[in-house]
Design a protein around this ligand. Structure first.
Ligand code: 13P
Ligand code: SF4
Length: 335
């Protein structure tokens, strides 16, 4: 084995990645990360990785890592020529809108999102016609076309804060497309769905299916266990947990507390990363895989860096300009 590959295996081992490799597999992973990191430098590319990606991507090749909000903010500031987005398509589209002179790529044709696919620009126009004058507050998990029809974008990291600010100026708002997140926010703000907040019927196929009854079972089995759930989960489950938030909030909660164990109700990549970041803490991941996020692999990133053209993300200028206004409004109100 050559020395560079041996060094890469050592680097990956120091990051704890050997724990998730079967016998002999670490050398294969190291071969891929070595080549990807070399091509990345050669092409002045930056790799963004959402926390639902696998740890070999996040720790082995990721440069900008985090939740949807942090990645959008990082992408608008990056000086790299190329952004390779290991996340889902709407995140890459947001990066392109915020930093249009960069070439943006997603290393998969299948990195959609059930929320993003649940609503179109035409649906938002209809909602606006049904509720004239109401501001449209839109979750970032949407297409550029939907963002272009919106007044302000939110992520799980700032939705409650931004909605509070919206209610200072408006009695009623339209919130799309996640009905569960909408119901959770309405509850937190003391608002009534159908009266002060008008929702859409979208849902995340990962978070809508967790079994709320299991929270009680785990809590009984592990006294002292703290349960954390993503804000895309249904309200019945949120009522049973100790903390609701986005992935960034959940990771900070784990970092800043000392529970005997944490139950993580979200996509599996989050729990895998939490275990590597905080090896001294105990985790129980009540997790489900996101097929869209998991359609990206080290192999698909390497293939993209060798031949990027087919996976370039583009947004028509007229849509991008209007979408950018609603994303910029988020940065203003989240600050
Ligand atoms: P976060 O912004 O909380 O990371 O959420 C993104 C997402 O897709 C959750 O399913
Ligand atoms: Fe979309 Fe859900 Fe996957 Fe997040 S976890 S990308 S909301 S389908």
């Amino acid at each position: 084995m050559d020395t560079t590959l041996t060094d890469e295996i050592k680097r990956l081992t120091s990051l704890g990645l050997h724990h998730r490799c079967v016998e002999g597999d670490l050398a294969r992973v190291a071969g891929l990360t070595l080549e990807i990191n070399r091509l990345k430098k050669e092409k002045k590319a930056v790799i963004c990785a959402h926390v639902y990606q696998t740890p070999d991507i996040i720790l082995g090749i990721g440069d900008l890592v985090g939740d949807s909000y942090k990645l959008a903010d990082d992408c608008r500031k990056t000086a790299a020529d190329i952004i390779v987005f290991c996340g889902v398509h709407f995140m890459a589209e947001t990066a392109k809108i915020l930093n249009p002179s960069k070439k943006v790529y997603v290393p998969s044709k299948n990195a959609g999102c059930s929320l993003s696919e649940a609503i179109t620009g035409g649906d938002v126009r209809k909602l606006k016609a049904e509720h004239p004058g109401l501001p449209v507050v839109t979750y970032i998990n949407t297409s550029a076309e939907v963002k272009a029809e919106s007044d302000c974008i939110v992520t799980s990291a700032n939705a409650e804060k931004i909605l509070r600010k919206m209610y200072e100026k408006h009695d009623k708002v339209i919130f799309v497309p996640d009905r569960f997140m909408g119901l959770n926010l309405a509850k937190a703000l003391g608002k009534t769905p159908g009266k002060d907040i008008f929702l859409w019927k979208g849902a995340c196929i990962v978070h809508e299916h967790f079994n709320p009854g299991l929270i009680k079972v785990y809590k009984k089995k592990y006294p002292g266990l703290v349960a954390l759930a993503h804000a895309e989960c249904p309200s019945e489950l949120i009522d049973a947990v100790d903390f609701m938030g986005g992935t960034g909030d959940m990771m900070r909660y784990v970092e800043n507390t000392n529970a005997s164990a944490y139950l993580l109700v979200t996509e599996c990549g989050f729990g895998e990363l939490a275990k590597l970041k905080f090896p001294e803490k105990n985790f129980i991941a009540m997790c489900r895989l996101c097929p869209y996020m998991k359609s990206i692999t080290l192999g698909s990133v390497l293939a993209l860096l060798k031949d990027p053209a087919p996976e370039e993300v583009t947004v028509p200028a007229a849509i991008a300009d209007r979408a950018k206004r609603s994303i910029d409004k988020m940065f203003e109100l989240a600050a």
